[in-house]
Structures are given as C-alpha cells and as structure tokens.
Design a protein around this ligand. Structure first.
Ligand SMILES: [Zn+2]
Ligand SMILES: [Zn+2]
Length: 228
C-alpha cells in the first residue's frame, strides 16, 4: 500500500540519522581514527554553522520528498496489486531509476563546477575539504533540492515503480550519499564497496575536484574520462 511507502521512507530517514551518528562517532573515536582516509589539522566550518545547515537541509528534504510524492504519486508509484510485482521487475525498476539518476547527476554535478555555480551553490559543499558523514548533507539548499528532485524525476521517467522498488531506490540513494562522505577506509574485505565509495568521493573533495562526479556507479566517469 502507498501508506506503507510513507512509513518506509520515514524509517529510511531515521536509519540515515543513526548511520550518520554512528559514522561520526567512529571517525572521531580512538578505536577507528587509524582508518581515516585523511585527517585535517583543523575543521574549517564552525560546528554551529554546520548543524544549522544540516538541520535545515534535513527539514527541506522531508518537505520535498513527501511533497513531491503526494503531488505526483501517480507518476512515481503504483499501488500493490495493480501489477504483479516480481523480483526481476523490482530489480529492473531499481537499476533503471538509479542508473538514470546517476547519469543525470553526473552532468548536474559536472555543470555545478562551472565557476559561477561553484561560487554561489556547489562551493558550499566543497568548502568541506575533509568530509565526514554529517557533511553528506552540508550543501547549499538549492543543491539539496536539485539532487532530490533529480532522483524523483528519474523515478518518474522509469516509473511508476512498485512501493518496494521506491523503498529500495531511496534506501540506496540515501545510504550511498552518507557512506561516500564517511572518511573511513575499513580493513576487512567485507567493506570493499564501502571503501570504494569513500575513497572515490574523497578524491573529489581533496586532490582532484575535476574527477569522480557520479555518486553511485563509476561507469559515467569512466565513459567521460573523469575517473580518478
Ligand atoms: Zn563537486
Ligand atoms: Zn561530497
């Protein structure tokens, strides 16, 4: 049921908060600080400014997600029972929506490195030279809104999708955005994908601002020769 989707999305947002809190604890803890990808001498952004931006972006995200879902529900999601939902269908919907999103995001992100857009919008996020999980949503509100609207648009183009597919798409999108900013490279092979994401995006914040624009898969950066 569609009402389940609203509950699922709220659970995902709550999980995102817990994951961010855990990764923030880990990156500053004695136990895990040896696994930091890079350590700054000082953090550039005052804590109060950071918390204010993050809180406002969280609020804005909730309004956009539920507002767009409520307004464009018929384009985005279908009720359970209107179609037979198989595993293959869910996999297809999830992969198609996320690949399209990542493709469009690549261009949006690359475009936002235009000096003017950088100065007024994307520069807020890049002011963070040593990202941690909390800075995954330290962005200009325009950038936060644009990213979410792009995801909703991609789902609308592919969709409408099932309640389960929508839940998985949001879970992956939210979790990956937090993990890429973790600043942690954990030693066990089980964390290979986690480390791949964190290292890839750390390069974008540190050494090479003109590399690794895509957020989820490396394809688009390979294809357009910006993988680094
Ligand atoms: Zn960037
Ligand atoms: Zn970032």
């Amino acid at each position: 049921m569609i009402s389940d989707l609203y509950i699922n999305l709220m659970i995902i947002l709550a999980f995102a908060g817990v994951l961010m809190a855990f990764l923030m604890w880990a990156v500053h803890s004695e136990q895990y600080k040896q696994y930091r990808i890079r350590t700054p001498k000082t953090y550039r952004i005052p804590k109060s400014k950071k918390y204010k931006n993050v809180a406002l972006n969280m609020l804005q995200s909730v309004i956009i997600i539920f507002g767009v879902l409520y307004t464009f529900q018929d384009f985005l999601v279908y009720e359970d029972g209107t179609k037979e939902v198989s595993g293959i269908l869910v996999l297809g919907e999830v992969l198609a929506a996320l690949l399209l999103y990542d493709f469009l995001y690549y261009f949006m992100h690359r475009g936002s490195h235009n000096p003017k857009v950088m100065k007024f919008v994307h520069g807020t996020h890049h002011y963070v030279r040593f990202p941690t999980a909390l800075e995954s949503i330290y962005v200009h509100p325009i950038e936060g809104a644009a990213g979410l609207l792009l995801l909703m648009f991609s789902i609308g183009v592919v969709g409408p999708v099932s309640v389960l597919s929508m839940t998985i798409i949001f879970f992956i999108h939210t979790t990956v955005n937090i993990l890429v900013h973790s600043n942690l490279e954990l030693p066990h092979p089980i964390f290979r994908l986690f480390n791949f994401w964190a290292l890839k995006h750390d390069i974008h914040h540190g050494k090479h601002l003109n590399k690794n624009y895509a957020s989820i898969a490396p394809f688009w950066d390979f294809l357009f020769d910006t993988y680094g």
